[in-house]
Design a protein around this ligand. Structure first.
Ligand code: HEM
Ligand SMILES: *[C@@H]1O[C@H](CO)[C@@H](O)[C@H](O)[C@H]1NC(C)=O
Ligand SMILES: *[C@@H]1O[C@H](CO)[C@@H](O)[C@H](O)[C@H]1NC(C)=O
Ligand SMILES: *[C@@H]1O[C@H](CO)[C@@H](O)[C@H](O)[C@H]1NC(C)=O
Length: 321
């Protein structure tokens, strides 16, 4: 009897440890403090000079971390180029002619490899870079959890299906976040990333010509930059937050509350649905937005990381070792 119960206790322990081993509890803020003490200053200086050259780059870098985490977890899969065995995520619909900043990530990676060769993953570089970009554009600062390893493959089909589109309805947005273990409040807070950056005409054409939930004079201003005919001016850009496109602040939410969203999916968050009250809160309370954004981006960074001996530490973010 005693033997059976100690056997069961041991078995429970084994399952418990296996569970811990597979969860993201292993990511820690001091993961590289001994192995790469120069990591943070090295990343930050490359991010800062890229943003000094072009402020929009901060937005593009933040978006790369999101597009990594939503495709099989935060594992650097979106940085891989095409190979003979898989098609890259770079040409998936949400990324094609849209995702940018890969050259900046290459510069960061080579600067980091110079000071600590073979130590820091590309997935962690994306997470640190996203933080530095937000902080540099007057957004909040936070301690980044680290210890992710890099995927040895990419998935174009998961990138096509998991990253939400500009045409999405509120219920589609909510379910695409819940598929990643993220709540509706995480959706709204993280969506506040659209306080910086730009979108292409092809993604907002229908919203500005054919939808009624948009301020008329704002729509006309946008129509001047984005021809109605598909195929014409598809890549013309407009800011997601027209008031302050390079400041990480809460004016984006004020725009939503005034029917001045650029994308159909943005306006979906303030169209009489369950997210409207949080939009109102953020539009009047910038510090609540920043606190919630930090909590939510840390949760996003916890999505299915590869840890321990899974994956690898890529030498070059564009290809597996
Ligand atoms: C929730 C649903 C979301 C949808 C449907 C969505 C959709 C889009 C679209 C269509 C664009 C414009 C792309 C283009 O025209 O080339 C864009 C840009 C952007 N997105 Fe999102 N997004 C979402 C959530 C997020 C999240 C969670 C983040 C980050 C945490 C984010 C960060 C950005 C940034 C910073 C840009 C501007 C990028 C640049 O200027 O290069 N988005 N998004
Ligand atoms: C992903 O979407 C793009 C653009 O719509 C398409 O060309 C490509 O074939 C899709 N890839 C997969 C694997 O489904
Ligand atoms: C607007 O809707 C009409 C009628 O459905 C359609 O023919 C047209 O292509 C749409 N235009 C845009 C820019 O979406
Ligand atoms: C649309 O925006 C303009 C310019 O900001 C503003 O003057 C106008 O009152 C808005 N229209 C509506 C219907 O809210």
């Amino acid at each position: 009897m005693a033997n059976i119960s100690s056997f069961l206790a041991a078995l429970t322990l084994v399952f418990f440890m296996a569970f811990i081993g597979s969860s993201s509890a292993q990511l820690t803020t001091n993961f590289y403090s001994k192995s790469c003490p120069q990591l943070f200053t090295t990343v930050k200086s490359v991010v800062q000079s890229a943003i000094n050259k072009e402020a929009r780059m901060g937005a593009s870098l933040l978006r790369l971390h999101f597009h990594d985490c939503f495709v099989n977890g935060c594992d650097g899969s979106n940085l891989l180029d095409d190979t003979s065995s898989f098609k890259s995520e770079k040409t998936a619909q949400p990324n094609f002619q849209s995702a940018r900043g890969f050259d900046v990530i290459d510069q960061i990676k080579s600067a980091v490899e110079k000071v600590c060769p073979g130590i820091v993953s590309c997935a962690d570089i994306l997470a640190i870079t996203a933080r530095d970009a937000v902080t540099s554009l007057k957004g909040p600062n936070w301690e980044v959890k680290l210890g992710r390893r890099d995927a040895r493959t990419a998935s174009q089909s998961v990138a096509n299906s998991s990253i939400p589109r500009a045409t999405a309805s509120l219920s589609t947005l909510i379910s695409s976040f819940s598929n990643q273990g993220l709540s509706t409040n995480d959706l709204v807070a993280l969506y506040g990333a659209h306080t910086i950056g730009q979108a292409r005409c092809t993604n907002f054409r229908t919203h500005i010509y054919n939808e009624s939930d948009i301020n008329g004079s704002y729509a006309r201003t946008l129509q001047a930059k984005c021809p109605s005919k598909s195929g014409q001016g598809d890549n013309n850009l407009a800011p997601l937050d027209p008031q302050t496109p390079t400041s990480f602040d809460n004016t984006y939410f004020q725009g939503l509350a005034n029917q001045k969203a650029l994308l159909h999916s943005d306006q979906e968050l303030f169209n009489g649905g369950s997210t409207a009250s949080l939009i109102r809160t953020y539009s009047s309370n910038p510090s609540k937005f920043k606190t919630d954004f930090v909590a939510s981006i840390i949760r996003m960074g916890d999505i299915k990381p590869l840890t321990g001996s899974n994956g690898e530490i890529r030498k070059n973010c564009r290809r597996i070792n």
